[in-house]
Every structure is written in C-alpha cells, then in structure tokens.
Ligand binder design. Structure first.
Ligand SMILES: [Fe+2]
Ligand SMILES: [Fe+2]
Length: 305
C-alpha cells in the first residue's frame, strides 16, 4: 500500500476521533485497521499509552479535522468552566493550528463556535480572557499570533461595551485576519532577516488570499473577511494591498492590534520583542503621522489595563 495515503495522528488527541477509522502499521509497507469508524478508543478501553502509532487515511482528513475541532471546542468550554487559562490557550492554539492546515476545505466554519464560547466564558471568568494574550509559548506561529490578536480584540470589545453580535464579528475577524499566510512559503514567513523586495511583494498578497479563503472557500461572509483584507492598510494610504485611505472600522482596529501583538511577541534575530509600553510608543508615532486612528488607539491602550 502507498504510504502517502496515510497520515500519522498525534497521540495526545486520539480520543477525539470517533467517525474516522484509525490504522496502525505492523510492517513497513502495510496498514491495518486498528479502530473502526463510529467507535472511539475510550469505548474500546485501550489506554492511550499502550496503543501503537496511529494513522488516518488521507481521504478522511477533512472529517478528521472536524472531529478534532469538536474535541478542542469541548475542551475549551470545559477549561473555561474550570478557570484554567493555560489549558484554554493550549486548546485554542491547537485548534487554530489544525484548522489552518486545511483552510480552503470549509474547516473555518468551526471557529464561530469557538469565539462564541470565549465570549460566553468572559462573563463568568473575565480574568481568563485577559490572561490568554499574556501566556506565551516557545514557538511563535501564525496560529498563536491569531489567537493573541483575537484575545486582545475581545478585550477591546468588552472594554468598549460593544453589543454581543458586534463583538462576535470582530473576534472572528481577528482570529482569521492572517489566514492568507497559510499560502505564503515558510521560507518567507520565517525568514531570519528582513525580506527582500521580491519576498515582500509575495508577503503582501496574504490579505487578498485571506479574503478569498474566507468568502469563497468558507462562505463566512464579506464582513468576516474585511479584517483579513484591510488589516495592513494605513489611513495615509501607505498600506497594502490597495493603498486605500478608506478603511473599515474592523480594518483600522485590527491594524493597531495586529501591530501591537507582533511588536510585543515576535522575537526575530534582527529585532527583539518590545515591552508593551515601548510598543505603544511606537504605535503612537504612527498615530501622529496619520497612519492609525487616534480614537481607536487610545481606547485600545485603556483596554489593556
Ligand atoms: Fe497580516
Ligand atoms: Fe497579523
């Protein structure tokens, strides 16, 4: 059998798979059914430590991602209830990481439920949401950045007393703002230096790609795609992809929050991460030169306290 038709699954999440059949590999070139569709390993009373490395068939990968998303969403609900912020953030980042593996296959549709859980959870445990953006992990990935930008955005929305529906929309916009980066080569995303002009031109396509993924591939609606499309635009027209001065509210808000998050968390060999106050001073300069909206910036500063 062709090895490429099977994908290894992570041991820690094997209990999330129910519909998807799991396989193991007794020899180098054969795969054998280990768990049939419709049962879960816990039902089969198999301890997690004692099973072999398990695989799914490639054709099942979308169903598998959906089962993982359900598992993560349940885990997030549970962790919010118990007030475990680290567990909420870990599950959130894993959920987004898995989702970003297949964003063109309609898998983004599980994320509104996640944002809803966080908004509901905020009223019971406001301190959890506050601390999500502050918990840092060793690797800095697009998934972690997106989760942080969403947590800061929800904090901004709660501080602003926005209605539930607006908060939900802005939170989703934030979580999905960089989904277009899934199609930018890793060599460019992780370049340990400043990008060349050619590389930067490629990088600048991610807002437009994100817009297509959200609207056309996931049918989440133009209002949910606006943040992806406009978060790198600047009010003086110096941004991208269009260089427009006419930017939606969510585009302006995400421009500020995205920049703040990257400045405070993204450590690059050529640039260290900044302290929050230093990052805010940096952004204030951009407010003064007319790139960012002053009112939104000031509100964002207060929302961080
Ligand atoms: Fe971006
Ligand atoms: Fe971003």
């Amino acid at each position: 059998m062709d090895q490429q038709n099977y994908i290894q699954v992570r041991n820690s999440k094997i209990n999330y798979y129910k519909q998807v059949p799991l396989f193991y590999q007794p020899g180098t070139d054969s795969y054998v059914l280990y768990k049939p569709a419709g049962t879960s390993l816990t039902e089969m009373r198999i301890s997690q430590q004692r099973h072999p490395l398990l695989y799914i068939q490639e054709e099942d990968r979308i169903v598998a991602i959906k089962e993982l998303q359900t598992g993560f969403n349940n885990q997030i609900d549970q962790s919010i209830t118990t007030g475990n912020a680290v567990s909420v953030k870990t599950s959130l980042c894993e959920l987004v990481e898995e989702t970003l593996n297949e964003p063109r296959s309609g898998t983004l549709k599980a994320l509104p439920e996640t944002v809803d859980s966080l908004i509901t959870g905020y009223s019971q445990h406001p301190e959890i949401l506050k601390s999500i953006a502050l918990i840092s992990f060793k690797d800095y990935t697009t998934a972690i950045h997106s989760v942080n930008v969403m947590a800061l955005t929800l904090g901004f929305c709660f501080y602003s007393n926005f209605k539930m529906e607006k908060t939900r929309r802005l939170g989703l916009n934030a979580l999905l703002h960089d989904v277009g980066k899934t199609e930018i080569p890793t060599t460019i995303l992780k370049a340990p230096r400043k990008l060349t002009d050619h590389e930067f031109r490629i990088m600048k396509t991610h807002p437009t790609i994100g817009n297509v993924i959200i609207r056309e591939k996931n049918k989440l609606g133009g209002d949910i795609a606006l943040g992806a499309l406009e978060h790198h635009e600047k009010l003086d027209g110096s941004g991208y992809p269009k260089g427009t001065r006419n930017i939606s509210y969510v585009g302006q808000m995400l421009g500020i929050i995205d920049c703040y998050e990257a400045l405070t968390n993204e450590d690059r060999p050529y640039r260290r991460a900044r302290e929050p106050l230093e990052a805010l001073k940096f952004l204030k300069d951009d407010v003064q030169t007319g790139k960012f909206n002053r009112g939104i910036f000031e509100k964002f500063c207060y929302s961080l306290i």
